[in-house]
Design a protein around this ligand. Structure first.
Ligand code: ZN
Length: 430
């Protein structure tokens, strides 16, 4: 026996050796099949075990056919169409409609509220009898009217909403809006992003080619499909070399920077909607009156007549008046230190002595006074001295403190790390 083994080629010897080792190992160390079966009877705490469910046993003992076997028809409500017209169009009787609307107030309400574009789904059984009517309220809720042996019953079908994170980033080439659109953001998200950084960055005049932003945001998912965008979780904006970071505080719903300082500040950088301002990318724009390149003692925003003008901060209107130079003008005193001035308005919407809140509309952009074109002339005074409102150092914003700050900083760290991770993944994919 040994001599036969000795005469075998080397490869065979190695194989025989290995196989024998495996057999010996499995005999000694592996549990016997009976031992495995025995273990199954001991359920472990915290582990999930599949259970088979008898679905028929759970179904109501009534003669409603399972909705799966129904024939479904989808109809979109047309312009000016009532439930009566719709029922007629798709060949359902007015008696059926009456039966449904008479069955409950809620059914009647739902069918009297039809709007063009609403989606209705009708489920018929084999005898062509209407068994269920579904009206989609939104991607996660449907109103159901179901025929039962005791009449029509109403219910709401709610799908579970899950949230997932998504990430996007962009470098601005032509303007902020286009870059954000290209990065896949919705109009709401773009305004939200501009709102978060609107105290630090003047989106109307200070965005430059090469500015960057990145953000981590929530998406609403229903049955595996993204049905909407949720909150911005964390974002970064690089404007002319300055980096600003903002992270959502889950407790308050407000945004703070990575040190827990509020993004919301005492003053807005720009007192109007950046989308209305026409000269986003022309810093060398001539002044509408003087013809000089650099604006004088204020900032000029060229935008359509009628554009709403906002109070840059909370304060009291110290002057709301008219003269031949300023046209219609509003001065607001925010504290003993700060005064803001708004000139050439078409209309003033506040009176002298009135208290105003940050972001409140105080007038409309116009071309009154000594001007050659419509624009807002905006001045920012600190202790009576004119400052550039876009670069002036503004009062310290409120910071989080104590345990709230600690909680925020811990979660901010995770969110920023997640954003960085997504950014790296995206870079690696390119
Ligand atoms: Zn001016």
């Amino acid at each position: 026996m040994l001599s036969i083994f000795a005469r075998l080629p080397l490869l065979h010897k190695i194989l025989i050796g290995l196989i024998s080792a495996v057999i010996v190992f499995s005999m000694i160390f592996l549990p016997s099949p009976s031992a495995l079966r025995k273990n199954e009877k001991h359920l472990e705490i915290g582990r999930h075990y599949p259970l088979s469910i008898n679905k028929e046993a759970l179904a109501p003992g009534e003669s409603i056919p399972p909705t799966a076997v129904l024939r479904w028809e989808r109809h979109i409500v047309k312009s000016g169409e009532s439930a009566a017209v719709l029922f007629q169009r798709i060949g359902l009787s007015s008696r059926l409609l009456y039966e449904i609307t008479a069955s409950s107030v809620r059914a009647k309400q739902q069918l009297s509220r039809l709007k063009p574009g609403n989606k209705l789904v009708f489920g018929f059984n084999q005898e062509n009898k209407l068994i269920q009517l579904r009206r989609t309220i939104n991607p996660y809720e449907s109103f159901l009217i179901t025929r039962t042996p005791t009449g029509f019953k109403t219910s709401i079908d709610k799908k579970e909403i899950h949230y997932q994170y998504n990430y996007t980033e962009a470098t601005i080439v032509s303007n902020f809006w286009n870059a954000a659109k290209k990065a896949g953001l919705t109009g709401n998200q773009i305004m939200e992003l501009a709102g978060i950084f609107g105290w630090d960055v003047d989106f109307a005049l200070d965005i430059r080619k090469g500015d960057q932003f990145r953000l981590l945001y929530q998406e609403k998912v229903v049955e595996g499909e993204v049905v909407g965008k949720g909150n911005i979780i964390a974002a970064e904006f690089i404007n002319q070399g300055d980096t600003f970071k903002a992270i959502l505080d889950d407790t308050s719903g407000n945004y703070y920077d990575e040190n827990g300082r509020a993004m919301k500040k005492a003053f807005l950088r720009a007192p109007l909607d950046f989308r209305r301002v026409s000269s986003n990318f022309n810093p060398r724009r001539l002044h509408p009156v003087t013809g000089r390149i650099r604006p004088h003692r204020g900032t000029d925003y060229v935008a359509p007549i009628g554009t709403p003008i906002w109070a840059a901060g909370d304060g009291v209107v110290i002057k709301s008046s008219y003269n031949q130079f300023n046209g219609n003008y509003v001065f607001i005193k925010h504290s003993n230190t700060y005064i803001t001035k708004y000139l050439h308005l078409k209309r003033r919407l506040v009176k002298t002595g009135q208290r105003v809140k940050q972001g409140q509309t105080i007038g409309q952009l116009g071309r009154t006074g000594r001007v050659t074109g419509a624009h807002l002339h905006y001045e920012f005074l600190v202790h009576g001295v004119h400052k550039n409102p876009r670069t002036v150092k503004l009062p310290e914003s409120k910071s989080l403190a104590g345990s709230r700050k600690q909680t925020f900083l811990a979660s901010a760290k995770i969110k920023l790390a997640q954003m960085k991770h997504y950014s790296l993944v995206l870079t690696a994919k390119r």
